[in-house]
Design a protein around this ligand. Structure first.
Ligand code: CTP
Length: 391
């Protein structure tokens, strides 16, 4: 996300208001400037003092606040914001937005805005399912307002169903996604990610330490930039990014089949998976019993997915990853040329595997482009911007 985006966070009356505190903390941590505006009802659930402490700014809760010099907070606050986010948005506040009511600061601010409005509903499942609420949500969408969630699960009232507000982390990623330039609109992107698992017998396997974090971040970033994304995932404990078609393929062979079966019409292929180069020649159907003092496993070479995609007629734009432990740029460039790739991403295996951050160098025919150490989602966005510049 570009630094120093400014948000107005509107909080309305609902028990999910407590999650807004965590959301403010995450937004501030991600360098987003937050101005909190609360309705009177919201102040019954969480105090402005809490929100002030977390946002580092006084909270606006009334129409008649004299601290804004021209006395027009409803205009001032929205003019300096890149977006207004209402979280939680009660059923009542949603109904108010539909009718363009302006009887408190937050609703007036929404009516007077000249920036995007994002709304995160939070309510009991019957209230959510009520045709009146559904009509209101459809009307907000028709008015160009973005609806975030809601989530389903256990509710404060004890019932289970749709209506609870998304968790703060999910809201943060949707807000960040909203700000991404849609550079990949209309493009199809396929990403492989994670480790492969080559079974030796029913309970043992050969695998590696790849967590899938880099590949999942690229899939998410591509989706945020407007692409239609297919993620072919090996073993990974991660939750697939929202809006990404995910195909699970744990062995090198299954991953090869999944990629080749879906590669037609893809514009970009990014091989991030740590694919096993060798797999046991014989897959034992029963557990291997220990008997001898040593055991020799015969391994056969797997098919190189990336190289085969790159050599297809009408191949998509292919990007590889090289995780090395020494001679990073030299080995990575050799791989780029051997697999005939326009671009390869070089990183040190020890630095990248399992970590939430990475520092990489992009290698293309023009040479090396180092990217500073940053969270993997930031690296993913910069990589995709580089790909767009090459397309
Ligand atoms: N790759 C692939 N299919 C394979 C092996 C690798 O698609 N069977 C892709 C990876 O996703 C990655 C790149 O190729 O994008 C890594 O290249 P590779 O030469 O396989 O790397 P290593 O296995 O690390 O090679 P080496 O052990 O020789 O360093």
């Amino acid at each position: 996300m570009q630094k120093n985006k400014a948000l107005v966070l509107g909080i309305t009356g609902g028990i999910a208001a407590y999650k807004a505190a965590e959301l403010v903390r995450l937004l501030v941590k991600n360098n987003i400037d937050v101005q909190v505006v609360m309705t009177e009802a919201a102040c019954q659930f969480i105090t402005p003092v809490t929100m002030q402490a977390l946002s580092g700014k006084p909270v606006y809760a009334g129409m008649w606040d004299a601290s804004i010099p021209n006395g027009m907070p409803h205009i001032e606050l929205s003019r300096v914001a890149d977006a207004i986010v209402i979280a939680p948005a009660s059923a009542d506040f949603i109904a108010k937005l539909v009718h363009g009511r302006a009887d408190d600061l937050l609703s007036t601010l929404c009516l007077a805005r000249d920036c995007p409005l994002l709304v995160a509903p939070a309510m009991n499942k019957q209230m959510w399912e009520n045709p009146a609420t559904q009509r209101n949500i459809a009307q907000l969408q028709a008015d160009g307002i973005t609806i975030l969630g809601p989530d389903s699960g256990e509710q404060a009232c004890g019932e289970i169903g749709l209506g609870r507000m998304l968790e703060a982390e999910d809201l943060l990623s949707l807000i960040e996604a909203h700000f991404q330039p849609k550079l990949l609109l209309g493009k199809k992107v396929m990403v492989t990610a994670g480790a492969t698992l080559e079974m030796i017998d029913p309970v043992r396997a050969i695998t590696n330490l790849s967590s899938g974090k880099m590949g999942y971040a690229i899939a998410q970033a591509a989706q945020e930039m407007g692409a239609e994304v297919t993620l072919v995932s090996g073993a990974s404990a991660l939750k697939p990014p929202l809006g990404v078609r995910t195909i699970s393929a744990t062995s090198a062979d299954a991953m090869y089949q999944a990629v080749m079966g879906n590669i037609v019409n893809q514009d970009i292929f990014i091989g991030v998976a740590a694919v096993a180069d060798y797999s046991p020649t014989k897959k034992h159907e029963q557990k291997i019993k220990k008997s001898e003092s040593s055991l020799t496993l015969e391994l056969s070479k797997t098919k190189d997915i990336l190289a085969d995609v790159a050599s297809l007629p009408n191949a998509p734009f292919c990007v590889g990853f090289a995780a090395e432990s020494e001679n990073l740029l030299e080995y990575a460039e050799a791989k780029r040329q051997a697999k005939k790739l326009p671009l390869i991403v070089a990183n040190l295996a020890a630095d990248a595997m399992g970590s939430d951050e990475n520092s990489v160098t992009l290698l293309d025919k023009n040479g090396a482009h180092p990217l500073e150490r940053a969270p993997k989602i930031e690296i993913a966005r910069l990589l995709l911007q580089h790909i767009v510049s090459m397309l």
